[in-house]
Design a protein around this ligand. Structure first.
Ligand SMILES: *[C@@H]1O[C@H](CO)[C@@H](O)[C@H](O)[C@H]1NC(C)=O
Ligand SMILES: *[C@@H]1O[C@H](CO)[C@@H](O)[C@H](O)[C@H]1NC(C)=O
Length: 387
């Protein structure tokens, strides 16, 4: 490297001497030649040193580069119309509904909560305890295939005893996976969601019932569901979605995903997993993609869910790395924030700031703080063995 630099410097010196003489035009031409000669050496340097580095860098960080330029290739989704959300403990339903500009019903709607279950036993418990007072039927479907076609046990079936508290209100179903190699995971996911829709009919859902459609780890707060089952007119436009904010564990890397949508519908009882409405109710629940007790659960989910293509290198699954990511609050898949402007993306780059707040969490978490210590502030170390 230093040799190359020396030669090119030397060449420039010679050039200067030559260029000092002769006519202006000749000088320009010879200067050009000199520049090109110097350039040749630099080009060679580039070819032999920089290009292999560049290829390596693109191989390692190519996805990051594309994501960094997202604001150029993708425009943001249609913005939501966000509704303000009011809540206080002792207000009457009539006054709460009226704060939102809605009427109050004579009797509450029936509520159905439908989930596709994988292995998130802890979060399912938190979810069902949170929603229990207001849910008419819990509908749960599980498969012995992950979305990525890996075999898995019927985790719910074998742990049914832990969920006896919902027994009288539970409609449970399971289906065998199709195990098709090399298929897009979204196809298996869609197949399971169709089966969940059938299970909802079996559970007896009717027009005007309230249906919660969200992943197990997207948990609407109980008071939100109570508000929606009591108030009228809210869903005049036939559907409404809820924005949920991820506050469950700020030490978990994907906390940066920020907010996700739980969808609550009435009069449309068909289970669908896409955006149903342009209306959002602010601050109405929690989302946590990687709220797991064991490192092995992180590894399982990284391999099993529809975004498993994000595991581009096998060292992403290394337990020591995962533990490190959780405590630092960086990204499990080493990805950039999904934002649509450079300002927001750069603002969200880097680790998620540590939070010391455990206010506004599902009450079951705090009632069982010892058991759920790993989701509370200051406990980023995860256990190694399987559960
Ligand atoms: C709410 O109501 C309960 C029972 O009516 C009462 O004991 C409690 O003090 C009230 N809390 C507030 C904040 O007003
Ligand atoms: C999955 O479940 C179906 C139906 O219960 C069963 O027939 C099949 O053998 C199971 N497959 C695996 C790999 O466990």
């Amino acid at each position: 490297m230093s040799d190359g630099y020396y030669i090119s410097k030397k060449t420039d010196d010679i050039c200067d001497d030559v260029c000092g003489q002769g006519s202006k035009a000749a000088a320009t031409i010879s200067r050009l030649k000199c520049v090109l000669r110097g350039f040749d050496i630099r080009t060679l340097l580039c070819l032999f040193i920089l290009i292999p580095f560049a290829i390596l860098a693109i191989y390692l960080h190519g996805q990051k580069l594309t994501y960094f330029f997202r604001p150029l290739w993708e425009s943001p989704p249609q913005p939501f119309r966000t509704l303000p959300h009011y809540h206080t403990e002792n207000a009457t339903m009539a006054s709460l509904c009226s704060l939102h500009g809605w009427g109050v019903r004579d009797s509450p709607r029936r509520v159905y909560d439908a989930v596709l279950f994988s292995n998130e036993k802890d979060l399912l418990t938190v979810r069902w305890k949170e929603l229990y007072p207001y849910v008419t039927q819990f509908v749960l479907l599980e498969s012995n295939s992950t979305f990525t076609g890996l075999p898995k046990p019927f985790v719910f079936k074998t742990n049914k005893d832990q969920f006896s508290f919902v027994e009288p209100r539970l409609t449970y179903g399971n289906i065998g996976g199709r195990f098709i190699k090399g298929e897009n995971p979204f196809v298996e996911e869609a197949y399971q969601r169709v089966a969940l829709d059938k299970l909802l009919r079996i559970a007896g859902i009717e027009e005007d019932d309230l249906l919660i459609m969200s992943d197990v780890d997207e948990i609407p707060s109980a008071h939100t569901i109570n508000l929606l089952r009591w108030c009228d007119d809210i869903l005049r436009s036939s559907t409404s979605s809820l924005r949920t904010t991820c506050t469950l564990s700020s030490t978990t890397s994907t906390a940066r995903a920020g907010e996700r949508l739980c969808t609550v519908t009435v009069r449309k009882t068909r289970y669908a997993h896409f955006r149903q409405s342009d209306v959002l109710l602010s601050d109405s629940g929690w989302h946590c993609s990687f709220c797991f007790r064991y490192i092995s659960d992180f590894v399982f989910k990284m391999k099993a869910y529809s975004h498993s293509d994000r595991v581009r290198f096998s060292h992403y699954l290394n337990p020591n790395r995962i533990q490190d990511v959780i405590c630092k609050g960086t990204d499990l898949f080493d990805m950039l924030p999904e934002e649509y402007t450079f300002k927001e993306m750069i603002g969200k780059m880097g680790p998620v700031p540590r939070s010391y707040s455990a206010v506004h969490l599902p009450s079951y978490l705090l009632d069982n703080a010892e058991k759920y210590k790993y989701l509370l502030p200051g406990n980023c170390i995860r256990e190694r063995q399987t559960g």
